[in-house]
Design a protein around this ligand. Structure first.
Ligand SMILES: [Zn+2]
Length: 315
């Protein structure tokens, strides 16, 4: 696909629009944009048009969709105009081109059509909440366990998963402390800011979190939590992901240790699953149970189902 795009001299996708969004709870959303379809693929074959009900891949001249990167899963949403509706299910990016994978549910797609790009806001907000929470947790861990090193993270709408290596398995007290400190940081209503840095400049910042073995570009996008100041910020991490604009937008944080802790005395891989919305859902279910006193058995069943769902996800 990349070769076909390069042969046709198609310029790379302008994707800075993914960072234009509000995280104010009453007005949350990613700004919609208008773009031109510049390439369509069916499988790996470049085509000039696609009919109704077909799975295909679109490249537009610009996009506001976030593609899978930095452990955060991509946006979903809709690309449409009065004649067509294309449901975006996944977004990937290679060599500067952004590929929107999805299903044409209405009309006909043709190259050079002008379309509206609408990112699903709830999905994006949840990913942004979980991504900022990942940075906060990383900073808390570094303070509590200076030798802990992040291995990987996975950020999706319903949870974040954070894996790191530590010298020993965490105790219940340590886990509780991490959860408390993360929640305290959230409640401080700290601003979350993005700033471009040259990698060389970032290397000399003592508090910046850099992943071992990771290759960074010459200019990196850095997320600051608290202050736009390398000595005062709570967290400084190079990151291409999307974030809330204030820690208060995360609302709450629940930490669940993974069942698959692999502990050895020297080096244990500890994985933590953090379900930000679990607490909210439990609270909502409890409230419903309380209100619907005429149907206690059914509500109890709902509660069990909720826990089973999370238990399955953790496995
Ligand atoms: Zn990040």
């Amino acid at each position: 696909m990349i070769d076909s795009l390069i042969k046709k001299n198609i310029p790379s996708t302008e994707d800075s629009f993914k960072y234009y969004y509000n995280t104010d709870k009453n007005n949350y959303g990613v700004n919609s944009i208008t773009s031109e379809i510049i390439a369509i693929f069916k499988g790996t074959e470049m085509v000039s048009e696609v009919e109704d009900s077909n799975q295909c891949i679109l490249v537009t001249d610009k996009t506001n969709f976030y593609s899978n990167a930095g452990g955060q899963i991509s946006d979903i949403g809709v690309i449409s105009n009065q004649d067509l509706t294309f449901k975006v299910e996944n977004v990937s990016s290679y060599h500067g081109y952004v590929f929107h994978h999805g299903l044409l549910t209405k009309g006909k797609l043709t190259c050079n059509s002008i379309v509206n790009m609408d990112v699903e806001k709830e999905h994006r907000l949840s990913c942004s909440q979980n991504h900022t929470a990942t940075h906060i947790m990383n900073s808390v861990l570094r303070k509590l366990l200076p030798y802990a090193a992040q291995r990987s993270s996975h950020v999706c709408p319903s949870y974040l998963k954070f894996s790191f290596s530590a010298k020993a398995q965490l105790t219940d007290e340590e886990l509780e402390k991490i959860e408390t400190l993360v929640n305290q940081t959230i409640q401080k209503k700290l601003c979350v800011l993005r700033k471009e840095f040259s990698f060389e400049e970032l290397l000399i910042q003592p508090n910046a979190v850099l992943l071992r073995g990771e290759e960074y570009p010459e200019v990196v996008s850095v997320i600051f939590i608290g202050e736009l100041d390398c000595n005062e910020a709570v967290s400084i991490e190079p990151c291409c992901g999307t974030h809330v604009h204030n820690t208060a937008d995360i609302e709450s944080f629940v930490l669940i240790p993974s069942k698959s802790q692999d502990a050895t005395l020297e080096n244990s891989n500890v994985s933590l699953d953090v379900h930000l919305d679990l607490l909210k859902q439990i609270k909502a279910t409890l409230k419903e149970c309380h209100i619907k006193t005429d149907a206690p058995l059914r509500d109890l069943k709902e509660f069990e189902t909720l826990f089973e769902r999370y238990e399955d996800e953790i496995k």
